[in-house]
Design a protein around this ligand. Sequence first.
Ligand code: ACO
Length: 424
Amino acid sequence: MNKMPEFAILKVGDKEIQLPLVRGTEGDYAIDIARLRAETGMVTLDPSFMNTASCYSTITYIDGDNGILRYRGIPIEDLVKLGSFTKVAYLLVNGKLPTPEQSRNFSHLLNISSLLHEDMRHFFDHFPQGAHPMHILSTMINALAAFYPNVDLQSLSEDIDSSTARLISIVRTMAAVAYKKSIGEPVVYPRCDLKYCGNFLNMMFDSPVRPYVVRPEIERILNILFILHADHEQNCSTTAVRTVGSAQVNLYATISAGMSALSGPLHGGANQEVIKMLRLIEQDGNVDKFLKRAKDKNDPFRLMGFGHRVYKTYDPRADIIKKECHQLLETLEIRDSLLDVASEVEKAALNDEYFIERNLYPNVDFYTGIIYRAIGIPEDMFTVMFALARLPGWIAHWKEMIGHNTRIVRPRQVYIGKPRTPIF
Ligand code: ACO
């Protein structure tokens, strides 16, 4: 293979400048344009950042052409086998898998941080009936700054550690409280004898008249789903976290911004939209009609759970989830007709020229909703599940950003408005 040169040459008019090439550890190259404006007076234009790396990062590696995903160098397939979301959360936030002692300490920290301030519990009474839980949650996370010590880039590392554990643990409690309030049942408190995912299931589904027993296969699948969603490098919500955090906002407000970004239907909201779409297709009974609509540029309909900015092959997470989905439904002896519809849609799309040409494959969200339905999670909580899983990723990126002396994020623009238009 030809050796890459050390710089790219850019010619603008008569002027020629050299732009250094930087290389990632997996062999990716990028053109470093840090000196571009100073040397040419020009900026680059890249709407939606289709070609722009916004930072260096050591957290997650994705090879979208080959369907590879690794956290801190470890393949996602191995992390799924590890089967512990809290260990993977520790890995993302701290850079290494925990030793048994670190794991015990982290679990202890999660445990003692799991209770919601009693005064905050009353906030839930004042949201209108039917409010989306993602809106409730992003508001509540922002409010944490008024109840707990704030951390920002000047904070001591032990304060950052305790706020990290608080966020990972307490947002789970908040999610369960929001659900219990929405169905008018008494709130269930976290229990110190249950692990992270089992505790969440218990807070969601236990009731004084219908005691809940955590089934190991459901606890296992929740760990897997959370591991698969825990980070995905510079996606929309993580970029929101890095951008807002760069203004030196406290960690809670920063995470709340990520939460808001995730709620969009093109991002974390897609898992809920997939179920709506599958139901619509099932009612209609005509898969081809919906494929046709997805291909029609004059129709806003898109095949939800299909396509990805980075993956141009099968999303490795979707691959794992699809198998797990079939296996879980079999184990729980659940027959969900939406799984049949999903299989039919996938088969039709993967054989359709439009989807083949554009490399549109199922993404992580295509099968997750069917699993969540099977374990009793209501549809408007699907995105909340994604958000709980993504917390360690957001926190890891925030920590990485504050450690790099990052300057405030402030893109440029190309102004195409009116020229000077005086009114006097
Ligand atoms: N259905 C139909 N056509 C699609 C779809 C889809 N789901 N996704 C992309 N396309 C088409 C686009 O219209 C475009 O066609 P064109 O080249 O003829 O103009 C082409 O494929 C390229 O797509 P882009 O829009 O450039 O893809 P982009 O990277 O901007 O968007 C996104 C990625 C938002 C995920 C998109 O594929 C989409 O909307 N998918 C459905 C929503 C979804 O599943 N989101 C979850 C993403 S995963 C996550 O956030 C965890």
